[in-house]
Design a protein around this ligand. Structure first.
Ligand code: FE
Length: 131
């Protein structure tokens, strides 16, 4: 993938205020605020900032946590993992490998019958493309 690097001013101009707060300022959207939480249509979820393919509807599951949840990214290498010790927690942050946008975090309480991972992703960081 070609990296997508832009200045903060460019991102602020291109993204909606909510997308900017999540993707560039690493904020978390309120639980159950995204229409993608309960979306079950077949398709692919791409980065709302740079368009990189990130998650597939085939790997989406209902985690009852209020954020779109997946058991794996669409492709190894499309996301980057970084230890995040902010807010008094020790978590693994998930970012877009192409533009560095903040997506959410990954936890080890996902479906045991598949990967055991729960990618807890802000809907504001994603754009859905129907299959
Ligand atoms: Fe991106």
């Amino acid at each position: 993938m070609q990296p997508a690097e832009k200045t903060d001013a460019e991102w602020k101009k291109e993204l909606t205020p909510e997308q900017y707060r999540v993707l560039r300022k690493k904020e978390t959207e309120p639980p159950f605020s995204s229409a993608y939480v309960s979306k079950n249509d077949r398709g692919v979820y791409v980065c709302a900032a740079c368009g990189a393919e990130l998650f597939s509807s085939g790997n989406k599951f209902d985690a009852h946590c209020g954020w779109p949840s997946f058991d794996r990214p669409v492709r190894e290498g499309n996301v980057i993992f970084t230890r995040d010790t902010s807010h008094g927690m020790d978590r693994l942050e998930v970012t877009c490998a192409r533009c560095g946008g903040h997506l959410g975090h990954v936890f080890d309480d996902g479906p045991r019958e598949t990967t055991g991972k729960r990618f807890c992703i802000n809907g504001a960081a994603l754009t859905f493309h129907p299959a």
